[in-house]
Ligand binder design. Structure first.
Ligand SMILES: Nc1ncnc2c1ncn2[C@@H]1O[C@H](COP(=O)(O)OP(=O)(O)OP(=O)(O)O)[C@@H](O)[C@H]1O
Ligand SMILES: [Mg+2]
Length: 298
């Protein structure tokens, strides 16, 4: 199985399921709550590990109970945490997350800038088959993307707002996949024209994921739309992160971009159908079964 390096945000998610979005200044009781691993990079690493890939995570936690909780989860899931630093006197990044009955999530994240140091101690021979970085740690993103490209491997960026902070990584990446918010941040809006513009500006393969709507892809010459699969969303938290993990793993396995997008759509669809109490990520077997009998596409 390919070995992927994932770098970026590692956080603890404190998740609350509520019957409706709270009004400002009110007290509210959640129907359920849970503390789970989170952050784009850790979520992607968990997805890759669940799909059977080898994954090395690169990022930082604080020297607190949240950091210990996350380390344990990484070990439980077989994620290599050698490149995860523990920063002294620093709180682990944490998010408060509200999930409404439609499965939609609202997120407030806190992270200290000290959790994203200016450089990363990468192995010199780049022993990975692909890299996935996010825009939350631009210095590491630039270094890792450069090393991956130097080794001739795919370097994927999960382009979430603020995107421009990671401009060095963006200019060297082989694949940039925006969220709608990320594309709007980078280009002023999130329509198909903007994706074409982004692909021309960056000179690489670009795509934008749009929740339940189709994924738009642009290879520099033409736009292709890849349908998502119909899901009954229970929880869309981390769907994009799992998507990026699956996409990168799929590229590392030698699939074409469009096949990788379809596979990632299947992984993310299975993920959004699982509740916050189900921490198991879809396996490659789950995805194969699903693709043999998908419930329909939109
Ligand atoms: N309601 C849904 N139904 C089916 N598939 C979904 C749904 N929501 C998300 N997905 C799948 O997950 C992918 C990524 O979702 P989305 O565009 O919402 O990510 P995002 O905005 O980056 O969010 P995040 O990173 O916080 O998870 C979509 O392209 C799609 O394949
Ligand atoms: Mg995302």
């Amino acid at each position: 199985m390919p070995r992927i390096i994932c770098a970026g945000l590692i956080a603890v998610d404190l998740v609350f399921e509520v019957s409706h979005m709270p009004a400002k200044g009110t007290k509210n009781r959640a129907s359920t709550s849970r503390m789970i691993p989170g952050g784009g990079s850790l979520n992607a690493a968990l997805a890759i590990a669940g799909l059977g890939g080898q994954v090395s995570l690169c990022g930082a936690v604080g020297d607190d109970v949240f950091g210990q909780f996350l380390r344990q989860r990484m070990r439980d899931r077989g994620i290599d945490d050698v490149l995860v630093s523990t920063m002294t006197e620093m709180p682990t990044s944490r998010s408060a997350i509200i999930i409404t009955p439609d499965g939609d999530r609202s997120i407030i994240n806190h992270r200290e800038t000290g959790l994203a140091p200016a450089s990363v101690a990468l192995p010199t021979d780049f022993p990975f088959d692909a890299a996935l970085v996010d825009t939350r740690w631009p210095a590491a993103a630039a270094e890792i993307v450069k090393a991956a490209r130097h080794a001739g491997k795919p370097a994927v960026i999960d382009a979430e707002a603020p995107v421009a902070n990671a401009r060095k990584a963006l200019s060297a990446a082989s694949h940039v996949v925006f969220s709608e918010q990320g594309l709007a941040d980078f280009c002023g809006a999130a329509g198909p024209d903007c994706l074409a513009q982004a692909s021309a500006r960056l000179g690489c393969w670009c795509a934008v994921t749009r929740g339940a709507a189709s994924v738009l892809c642009h290879d520099g010459a033409q736009m292709t739309e890849v349908p998502t699969f119909k899901a009954k969303p229970l929880n869309t938290l981390g769907a994009g992160d799992a998507w990026h993990g699956a996409f990168t793993l799929s590229l590392a396995q030698g699939r074409s971009e469009l096949d990788a997008v379809q596979w990632a759509n299947a992984v993310a669809c299975l993920k959004v159908g699982r509740s916050i109490h189900d921490e198991e990520m879809p396996t490659a077997q789950d995805v194969a079964r699903f693709l043999n009998a998908p419930p329909g596409s939109v």
